[in-house]
Design a protein around this ligand. Structure first.
Ligand code: SAM
Length: 245
């Protein structure tokens, strides 16, 4: 086998087109996602021993985007068990650039201590607060200063109203070419009543409905359709929003 990267990339582009058009993959993944969301499948994964509440394909896409964008600052709203922030810090450390600011209303002491002891702690800053609190604006302005590339992952409260507030608030910081990633858009696509704990979101009012509303008013942002072409077993379909101008 000869390794010709240019040829391989051309081939991959063709594969992406066919995969993106595949009705079979769409149907199977729809069925998978419906079953998975009702079984809390996304809760089953760890990064470096800490729970990361993302599906493996989303973890992989976020890794690709972190490598491509190489942000100076990544913001994550919703830290939970810390596995996701640890994952982002691992990738940033490997590209030897950037810092991740994790904002959560409920930061547990044990989790804070574990993150502090981690090999990647110098890449992590934790902020205990509501993700749309006015104080966050001050902190971000201080952190960001002249830093150029900013990327944001929204994974806190998944109500339409809160996600829309987050989108309006954080979009001002996103740099051209970078991403505003909205998690748990899946709630929009599975339909019906979602089993499990009673939640203030449903298949009509959820992170995706907030994205749709936001995009009507913000023409500088667009759903990255190339990501959607290969993203099937995912919680964040159509949630990868790119700043295009
Ligand atoms: C879905 S979990 C985050 C999962 C995590 N990003 C991961 O991938 O492993 C949601 C988190 O958001 C936090 N949260 C809920 N409402 C919030 C708000 N208004 N501001 C900041 N954090 C909030 C919760 O405390 C919880 O830890």
């Amino acid at each position: 086998m000869t390794f010709n990267r240019k040829k391989f990339e051309l081939q991959r582009r063709k594969y992406l087109t066919s995969v993106g058009k595949s009705k079979k993959l769409k149907l199977y993944s729809q069925k998978f996602n419906e079953a998975a969301v009702n079984l809390s499948y996304v809760y089953l994964w760890d990064w470096l021993g800490e729970p990361i509440l993302q599906s493996p394909s989303d973890i992989m896409i976020i890794q690709e985007k972190l490598f491509e964008i190489q942000p100076d600052i990544l913001v994550e709203t919703g830290v939970a068990w810390g596995g996701s922030i640890l994952f982002y810090a691992t990738i940033l450390d490997n590209i030897n650039k950037g810092k991740v600011l994790g904002i959560d209303l409920n930061l547990d002491k044990k989790i804070i201590n574990k993150l502090k002891k981690s090999k990647f702690s110098k890449r992590i800053k934790l902020i205990k607060n509501n993700s749309v609190d006015i104080k966050i604006d001050e902190i971000l302005k201080k952190e960001i200063k002249k830093k150029k590339k900013i990327m944001v992952i929204l994974d806190s409260n998944h109500t339409h109203e809160h996600v829309l507030n987050e989108l309006n608030f954080y979009s001002q910081y996103i740099t051209k070419g970078s991403y505003l990633i909205v998690c748990d858009t899946i709630l929009n696509f599975v339909g019906g009543k979602i089993k499990g704990r009673k939640r203030p979101w449903n298949s009509k009012k959820n992170p995706m409905s907030a994205v749709n509303y936001f995009l009507k008013e913000n023409k500088n942002f667009q759903i990255d359709k190339n990501i959607d072409k290969k993203l099937f077993f995912s919680n964040n379909q159509s949630g990868y929003i790119k700043k295009i101008r």
